[in-house]
Design a protein around this ligand. Structure first.
Ligand SMILES: [Zn+2]
Length: 483
């Protein structure tokens, strides 16, 4: 079946870069694009009008957590009134032995919500760097059912994080858990890489640079080479982590990862905010940005999440200019990859004090082509003959695009996930008119809300101070819940 998308602003890939065709067309047959660019005169079995819309390659979201503790990620990062106000709630450092894993239904409900939320907001490929705790069959089934494209693998570490009774963070070594976790992750890849009609692919996720010992990180990288899969770890994510790695190895997290052979063109580094380039560590030795560039590693930049915590890369432009492959992720909520383009652009300008920083072109490339490099996918993140039919139709007219005259600038300056009208993955239309066509959205949201509330109810049981969500993260105004 041949489908013609016509009449929109088409972002086509010319083999070197994206270019835009006014009143262009895209044709796809089954899961592959056969034409992208100007008018198409051939026959088609179905037609989709893209008048007033941008026809864009689907975005690749390099930082998503579908884990069972997803409730954590719904909490606003900005008010994590916690240890050094670092993002430790995302580690959910509990009193040891007090946190019970969420029930399987809750895990499933949050996974479905995360995938759907990401899809609706313009993500077609999800890189799940922290999910997949248990029930892999259910996970693969869900990826199959929802139609999203996913790279994932169960995260592992051999140093768990806990709070003691006085609220002091500590790391608890468990070498066995690390070895076992890596073994399971390898098992997942062997069992599920290529599942969901090829849309589910495996990768290795060493949880965080400081929660994995050097032997575990080395073993992870060896396994990734053997399996020929990409790897991810969080590094340069917060100052505590930076300091711990300095204390342990007398190196920055980035230099440490480079020296143990972890950093290369198949490595994705979540955040990489705290490097020698960032003013807070005030560390004058070495050049982490150059190291990232020389090793060909990819940075998963999550601008909005970090901005909420009053932090950012120093800077998007500095990394890009140095030759670092910078990709974009959302990390927490909202998982609005379209809005992230604007955050990446604006934060680059503010950080550098230069309005020529964070150009529209560069942030759009970051959310499309950059991630494909470490995934080694020349068939994603672009609209070109032979590429996968992962396509977005994004409403632009109501943003003033006809007046603006540059649809990419319109998108970056004014767009958000709610402007995404149609989402096509692997040649299948999953979202049309902003609504899912194949799942009951209301049911997904209701179940996810139930799972989240259940998670939040249990917070005082594992918090060192016994505080609940209302104390840790007060609402903007008092909320009178419905009875
Ligand atoms: Zn993360």
């Amino acid at each position: 079946m041949r489908t013609l998308i016509e009449g929109g602003w088409v972002v086509a890939f010319n083999g070197q870069s994206h270019e835009v065709h006014e009143a262009g067309s895209v044709v796809f047959e089954n899961d592959r694009i056969v034409h992208a660019g100007g008018p198409y005169a051939g026959a088609a079995d179905a037609r989709l009008s893209a008048r007033g819309k941008l026809v864009s390659p689907g975005f690749i979201n390099t930082h998503v957590h579908t884990a069972g503790n997803g409730g954590d990620y719904l909490l606003l990062d900005t008010a994590k009134n916690d240890y050094r106000t670092a993002n430790y709630m995302s580690f959910a450092a509990p009193l040891k032995g007090k946190m019970t894993p969420p029930p399987p239904e809750a895990v499933a409900a949050l996974r479905a919500f995360v995938f759907l939320h990401a899809l609706k907001n313009g993500t077609t490929t999800v890189i799940d760097v922290g999910g997949l705790r248990g029930d892999w069959d259910g996970y693969a089934r869900l990826v199959d059912e929802l139609g999203v494209r996913v790279y994932g693998g169960p995260p592992f570490r051999d140093r768990n994080t806990f709070m003691d009774a006085k609220g002091r963070l500590y790391y608890d070594e468990d070498a066995n858990a690390g070895t076992q976790g890596l073994k399971e992750a390898v098992g997942f890849i062997k069992g599920f890489d290529g599942a969901a009609q090829g849309r589910l692919r495996g990768m290795l996720n060493a949880a965080q640079v400081e929660t994995c010992s050097e032997p575990l990180l080395r073993a992870c990288k060896d396994a990734a080479r053997e399996l020929d899969v990409p790897v991810h770890t969080h590094a340069g994510g917060n100052l505590v982590e930076f300091q711990r790695i300095m204390d342990e190895y007398r190196k920055t997290p980035i230099q440490f990862l480079a020296d143990i052979g972890f950093l290369d063109d198949r490595a994705l580094i979540g955040h990489a905010v705290f490097t020698t380039a960032h003013p807070w560590p005030r560390y004058p030795f070495g050049d982490d940005v150059r190291v990232l560039a020389e090793r060909g590693a990819t940075v998963g930049h999550c601008p909005y999440k970090y901005a909420k915590m009053a932090m950012t890369l120093h800077s998007f432009q500095r990394y890009v200019d140095a030759g670092v492959n910078v990709a974009i992720g959302t990390d927490t909520y909202p998982m609005d990859i379209v809005a992230e383009l604007r955050w990446a652009s604006i934060l680059a300008k503010i950080t550098d004090g230069d309005y020529q920083a964070g150009l529209h072109r560069d942030v759009f490339n970051a959310a499309t082509l950059a991630a494909c490099r470490f995934l080694r996918r020349n068939d994603l993140g672009r609209l070109a003959p032979g590429a996968k039919a992962d396509i977005l139709l994004i409403n632009l007219d109501h943003l003033g695009a006809p007046v603006y005259a540059d649809p990419i600038k319109t998108l970056v300056d004014a767009g958000c996930g709610r402007d995404v009208d149609t989402v096509i993955v692997d040649g299948k239309i999953l979202i049309a008119g902003g609504r899912t066509v194949h799942v009951d959205e209301a049911e997904v949201y209701a179940k996810a809300r139930g799972a989240t509330q259940n998670y939040w109810r249990h917070v005082p049981a594992w918090r060192w101070d016994g505080n609940g969500v209302e104390q840790i993260i007060p609402p903007a105004f008092p909320i009178h819940a419905a009875r």
